[in-house]
Design a binder for this molecule. Structure first.
Ligand code: ADP
Ligand code: MG
Length: 574
């Protein structure tokens, strides 16, 4: 774990070395100071060498100014190092999360991911900055101070060492307690974040059910658990700090009393006594540093462990090492004995066989939950089949690179996701570096040009978060424009108009028909009226593909499709 942690220092080696050297220099100056004081008291003061005392004082002043400057460097570069490492890790995490397959997102709460990208990484950054530096400096100062104390007076120095075993016990105990407490706290704050994420993105549902109190209640439970865990952690921390404080005062007192006695017996000079007390303080400083590390280390490491946990999750769907780029698929799609399950237990698709010819428009109908969306998600490899295979133009899709496969499939769904940004940027999402002409043409084809012309800033109008300022129909047109721009040979329309009113649906339908021209198209339709012109209708039920054929032929068969048709027809009567 530590080895992995330190590997993040590699790109910032230079920064680390400069920062570290300055820190060592500051520590050496600190160690030298009491020696100067001792010399001042024992040698210069009794002989009244005032001019030398002034010189030494000025020298000390210069040393202090230098030391202050060094401390500035240490603090500045140290933090810079920490934030650099944190930034690298954040980038790595983001990249890794983006590479994950759909199943990862099915099983991971957004709030938990957010929490890792923010809180966890803050603490790792802090640890990266303070960890190795403070640890080394503490050890160096401690041994340095002890060594000097030992040369001044071995007996007294060894007495001062009583602090070591006490400290070790305390440190070990607190380390374990803090580790547990921080780990729990991290877990709890991630829950709080997930709860906020849910309540904010679902605020319309919450308010329409007037369930604010219910949500607040759930939030308070999570928030309360977090509070408890954090208080517990701080309690352990406060205990550690105060015990260390007590121990250090205790130590100073012992040194002072024993030192006074030694001095009374003539085995310690006044200068040595003062210097000894000063060194006791130097000896204590690393103890403070270590106690701060005790807080940082478990916190940062808990974060780092969770960071590693995510990085260890290999994306489920990866390119085969021999995967090939395929430029121009025609859309000859074939499902061959396909079985699929989301969770490995419940079979969603069983033995699906299906052949779609290039340019064909195939409509999928059937009860909700039958697996229509699932069938379509298998084609771009959002999930991989459990058994059987899917091929396009006789290439098993697992042998095509994900990029070339997905770049040739366009998907328009019921929910349109628009990014924060302008209308132009949102349409251009369909094709990186599209020209203005291409964007305008796509908008025109999607019958968006008039809508955009009426917007205050035209193509440069900002769309609010998730495009809230556009109507459902307009958003759907944006999605269509994007897909026109992408211009894929294979098109999937998954209930693209189901959320719209009949009037709007009819208008959008024209654009969709135009989009489907000259492409292999899979349409999942809720309203049967929209698929009258499909080349073929495939009826999917919980048992699999129940029947298929032309609209008229299926009606004539008077089976499942005819029944669906009848239900909908009757509904439309009233
Ligand atoms: P349809 O599109 O026909 O309404 P779906 O393909 O969405 O049906 O769903 C088929 C079945 O798979 C349903 O039982 C549904 O609950 C389940 N399902 C859909 N998506 C997921 C998912 N991401 N994780 C687990 N189960 C899912
Ligand atoms: Mg569906």
């Amino acid at each position: 774990m530590l080895k992995q942690f330190f590997s993040y220092y590699k790109p910032h080696k230079r920064l680390f070395i400069i920062d570290f050297s300055c820190a060592v220099f500051v520590a050496i100056l600190e160690l030298a100071f009491p020696v100067a004081v001792q010399w001042l008291i024992d040698e210069l003061l009794p002989n009244g060498e005032w001019d030398k005392i002034v010189t030494v004082s000025i020298l000390l002043l210069a040393v202090y100014v230098l030391s202050t400057f060094m401390q500035f460097i240490v603090s500045y570069l140290g933090h810079k190092l920490g934030i650099n490492i944190e930034t690298d890790m954040r980038e790595e995490l983001f990249t890794h999360v983006q590479r994950q397959s759909f199943r990862f997102f099915d099983n991971t709460k957004t709030g938990h991911i957010m929490s890792r990208i923010t809180n966890d990484l803050f603490d790792i950054g802090e640890l990266a900055h303070h960890g190795p530096e403070d640890f080394f400096i503490a050890i160096m100062t401690f041994t340095g101070a002890f060594w000097i104390m030992f040369t001044i007076n071995p007996t007294l120095a060894i007495i001062a060492l009583v602090i070591v075993p006490l400290l070790t016990v305390l440190v070990t105990y607190c380390n374990i307690a803090m580790n547990k407490a921080w780990h729990r706290m991290y877990h709890n704050i991630a829950d709080v974040n997930a709860r906020v994420e849910d309540a904010v993105s679902g605020v319309r549902v919450v308010q329409s059910f007037t369930n604010e109190d219910f949500e607040l209640n759930r939030f308070n439970q999570d928030n309360g658990r977090f509070r408890k865990a954090k208080i517990k952690a701080y309690k352990v921390m406060a205990g550690t700090h105060s015990s260390i404080y007590m121990m250090t005062r205790f130590l100073t007192l012992i040194v002072l009393v024993v030192g006074a006695w030694l001095s009374f017996n003539g085995s310690l000079s006044y200068g040595e006594l003062v210097s000894f007390v000063l060194y006791t303080n130097v000896l204590i400083k690393p103890v403070d540093k270590i106690s701060a590390l005790l807080e940082l280390y478990p916190k940062g490491m808990a974060g780092f462990r969770r960071f590693q946990e995510i990085l260890a999750k290999e994306p489920e769907i990866k390119n085969d090492p021999n995967a090939m780029e395929v430029d121009k698929l025609t859309g000859n799609i074939r499902f061959d004995h396909v079985d699929f399950s989301y969770d490995g237990h419940q079979q969603v698709l069983e033995n699906i066989n299906l052949q779609i010819t290039p340019g064909e428009t195939v409509a999928f109908v059937g009860p909700s939950g039958a697996g229509k969306t699932t069938i379509c998600s298998l084609i771009p490899r959002f999930y991989d089949v459990n058994n059987g295979s899917i091929s396009i133009d006789d290439h098993d899709i697992r042998n095509i690179t994900k990029k070339s496969l997905r770049s040739q499939i366009g998907i328009v769904q019921q929910d349109v996701f628009l990014f924060t940004g302008t209308v132009r940027e949102n349409i251009a999402y369909g094709k990186q570096n599209a020209t203005d002409e291409e964007i305008m043409l796509a908008a025109k084809k999607a019958h968006l040009d008039q809508v955009i012309a009426d917007l205050p800033d035209g193509y440069d109008t900002q769309i609010g978060e998730r495009g809230l300022k556009l109507s459902g129909g307009q958003k759907q047109r944006m999605a269509i424009a994007r897909t026109f721009l992408k211009n894929p040979p294979i098109l999937i329309l998954d209930e693209a108009t189901s959320a719209l009113d009949t009037e709007t649906e009819r208008m959008i339908q024209q654009s969709l028909d135009q989009l489907a021209e000259n492409r292999t198209t899979l349409v999942i339709a809720h309203r049967l009226a929209t698929i009258k012109d499909a080349d073929r209708v495939v009826v999917v039920t919980n048992e699999g593909i129940a029947e298929q054929g032309s609209y008229q032929k299926l009606l004539a068969m008077d089976a499942v499709f005819a029944r669906l048709h009848k239900i909908q027809y009757e509904k439309n009567e009233d």
